[in-house]
Design a protein around this ligand. Structure first.
Ligand SMILES: [Zn+2]
Length: 131
């Protein structure tokens, strides 16, 4: 067994998990995790900023969110970054999402509701999302 395979096995064992937990709660572990989280978060925020909202000109990362074209494909929650995601997985995930601002998303949800509504309020029409 090579070292890598051994470590993989070890990390899966009870002993390995306990050790990781201890490390995670130590000062070094906390700092490391925090830094990793901040880095991942910052890069994703930057990505959001460059892409901007699909529909409007919003480009503030705080107002933007990732939306899946097909929610069934979701394997990671990019909106809940914890710093532990592998970059390979994140990149793969980014190919499945659109960047959309919360305002436009709410508008979309509302439009869906209006379309399905049984009452005749529809005469008002639903404003199209400005493109
Ligand atoms: Zn928007």
């Amino acid at each position: 067994m090579d070292r890598k395979a051994y470590l993989r096995e070890y990390n899966k064992s009870e002993k390995g998990k306990a050790r990781y937990k201890k490390w995670e709660q130590s000062e070094t572990g906390k700092t490391y995790r925090k830094r990793q989280y901040e880095r991942q978060r910052a890069i994703l925020d930057f990505y959001k900023h460059i892409r901007g909202c699909k529909y409007c000109r919003e480009n503030c990362p705080g107002a933007l969110t990732f939306e899946y074209r097909n929610p069934e494909e979701k394997t990671l929650d990019l909106n809940q970054v914890n710093g532990c995601y592998k970059w390979g997985d994140v990149l793969q995930e980014l190919s499945k999402v659109e960047v959309i601002c919360l305002n436009c998303r709410e508008r979309q949800i509302w439009q869906q509701k209006i379309k399905q509504a049984p009452w005749p309020a529809l005469a008002l029409g639903s404003p199209e999302i400005a493109s």
